[in-house]
Design a binder for this molecule. Structure first.
Ligand code: DC
Length: 223
């Protein structure tokens, strides 16, 4: 079993790189942001403000989240239904960031994440994987890139999906979200003390994938 933890801010390339590494190594890619996004979507459907800690915490009793992997793709089910790309909108990014600062939400998702890593060789991406979810990961990587580079990548990604967005808005929202995620009281997005910093600003996608695989290989852990 191998457990690779990848943390870092949005747009650093964590998810696309991790997905490619998982395919090449034949391990499971776990996108933990999708879990927070799903809680965000649920909270929105309930008509609750994502910053209303008490009401969000109360609403969790009506929510069951299950995760399944089908042909290497992660599906997150909210009370039995997979909402697909509805969790990927800029609005859901902000909802996810807001609900992720609520301790009850983090506690609610904790065991689901740990259990997936107990069952499978994984590369897991998020904000607190190396610090909270997998403190014993075989390798911990803190992946980052300049804010402009990250906003540009996220902007290109959204445009490719046909979204009508402005680069300036993507950059502003990304900075806002980074600030929330890095400064919250609980499990702030920060590098674990033993994490390796990987700045992908000057790297191509393939170079980033190769860098992660090289770090994973160095551990000597078996898939
Ligand atoms: O990785 P992402 O952009 O899909 O994550 C959405 C939000 O969820 C992000 O702003 C912070 C939160 N998150 C978190 O707090 N902890 C994680 N392990 C993953 C995501």
């Amino acid at each position: 079993m191998i457990r690779i933890a990848i943390d870092g801010p949005g747009g650093a390339g964590k998810s696309s790189v991790a997905r490619a590494v998982a395919a090449k190594m034949g391990i499971v890619y776990v996108d933990t942001g999708a879990l927070y996004r799903t809680v965000g979507l649920y909270v929105k459907q309930c008509g609750i403000e994502p910053t209303d800690r008490e009401r969000v915490a109360e609403a969790l009793s009506g929510l069951t989240i299950t995760v399944a992997y089908e042909n290497g793709t992660q599906h997150v089910y909210m009370n039995g239904k997979d909402h697909g790309d509805a969790i990927r909108t800029p609005e859901m990014s902000m909802y996810a960031s807001a609900v992720s600062a609520i301790p009850a939400v983090r506690a609610f998702l904790l065991e689901t994440q740990k259990e997936i890593a107990r069952q499978n060789s994984v590369i897991m991406d998020g904000r607190d994987i190396g610090t909270v979810i997998l403190p014993d990961a075989d390798v911990k990587i803190f992946m980052t890139a300049s804010a402009e580079c990250r906003a540009r990548r996220r902007y290109d990604e959204l445009c490719a999906k046909g979204a009508d967005v402005r680069y300036e808005d993507v950059l502003r929202e990304m900075n806002e979200r980074d600030h929330n995620d890095a400064n919250r009281e609980i499990a702030p997005a920060k590098a674990a003390g033993d994490a390796i910093l990987l700045d992908t600003t000057p790297l191509s996608f393939e170079e980033s994938v190769d860098a992660v695989i090289a770090l994973a290989m160095q551990t000597g852990a078996e898939v």
